[in-house]
Design a protein around this ligand. Structure first.
Ligand code: FE2
Length: 347
């Protein structure tokens, strides 16, 4: 039989097989580094609405990217859902995505929140804000990320090894260039407040919530941290976290200059997924108003759609001007940013 006949036969048979398959038998495998209950609620809702099962594999982002590289063609992953736009860019550089059909995206998502080749689309946003105690600091004393490095404030923020800070520094490197960024880093590190318990050196310790606690306890004046943590702390089961979040205020820096740094969590189709239509159906669900509402209400993240409002708590912080950078290029600056942070003594 000529080869084209074999291919012709396959093309006839395959759609019939897929067509015969009950939707309930379909399962998607999603790799993610996110760890929120809100996400699982969404996966469950999608499954209930479509009959398509979502198998979730959670792991650290670096492990996730390495695993996808190692698995190659044999990966079971259909979808990749990552925090941080730098990581999304890194996954794209490593050729881990395939393009999805842009027509699945509503026109209520601004184009800067999606990859130019549709390898990923943002699903949520978080702002890297300044958190302060209004009993000690007036808002007129705060202005920009850059100004912190020449201020009289002591600063609390987490380690340079965390991607949230790497992306913040990478974004400022894009805007201000290497020399200014290095100078800024030196000034910032000199103002770090938290002392390492072993070495007594001024080194960041803990996660974003710990930075807020340091401000609450008067160890630091200003914390650089992600907006959604403060929202989550307000409804925490830990009474201390509620006290901390109620006592502190949020300041959006750079409002009259380059805007407040915003980072995305985003999703894309795994390069070797054969379930493209089902994967796209999942992405379409995740950008739906229903899913976007849940990200906002349960996880205090900013929705990616401009027609879905933020959680009322976030709305009380006010609207803000976002930093305008090319998210698709941020990952190109991340490695340099991390090197400069280490060289400035930000461990
Ligand atoms: Fe986080």
């Amino acid at each position: 039989m000529p080869r084209f006949m074999i291919f012709g036969g396959l093309f006839v048979v395959l759609p019939v097989l897929i067509g015969c398959q009950p939707t309930s038998a379909v399962a998607l495998t999603l790799y993610t580094d996110r760890h929120y209950e809100a996400d699982q609620s969404l996966f469950d809702t999608f499954q209930a609405e479509t009959g398509i099962q979502v198998n979730v594999l959670k792991m650290d982002a670096d492990a996730l990217i390495t695993r996808l590289e190692n698995e190659g063609l044999s990966t079971p992953a259909d979808l990749i859902f990552l925090t941080d736009v730098g990581r999304l860019g890194r996954a794209k550089q490593k050729n881990l995505f395939q393009s999805f059909d842009a027509r699945i995206l509503p026109n209520t998502i601004p184009s800067q929140y999606m990859d130019v080749d549709y390898h990923w689309v943002g699903l949520t946003k978080r702002a890297r804000v300044l958190v302060y105690n209004p009993l000690h600091i007036q808002t007129t004393e705060l202005s920009t990320y850059e100004a912190l490095a020449t201020s009289d404030f002591s600063i609390a923020t987490r380690s340079s090894s965390h991607v949230y800070n790497q992306s913040l520094v990478a974004s400022l490197a894009m805007l201000n260039g290497e020399m200014q960024t290095r100078l800024w880093l030196e000034g910032l590190v000199e103002r770090f407040a938290i002392r390492d318990s072993l070495t007594q050196s001024r080194q960041p310790v803990g996660n974003d919530r710990d930075q807020a606690k340091a401000v609450y306890e008067g160890i630091a004046d200003v914390a650089i941290m992600n907006s959604y943590y403060l929202g989550r702390m307000l409804v925490s089961s830990d009474p201390l976290e509620v006290d901390v979040a109620q006592a502190l205020s949020v300041y959006f820096p750079n409002q009259t200059t380059s805007g407040t740094h915003v980072n995305l969590s985003g999703i894309g189709l795994s390069r070797y997924s054969s379930k493209v239509n089902f994967g796209q159906q999942f992405i379409e669900f995740m950008v739906s108003p229903e899913a976007q509402r849940l990200f906002a209400d349960e996880n205090y993240e900013y929705p990616i759609r401009h027609d879905v409002s933020a959680h009322p708590i976030l709305q009380t912080w006010g609207s803000f001007v976002e930093q305008q950078i090319d998210f698709s290029s941020l990952s190109e600056y991340s490695q340099d940013a991390f090197t400069w942070m280490i060289e400035a003594g930000w461990n």
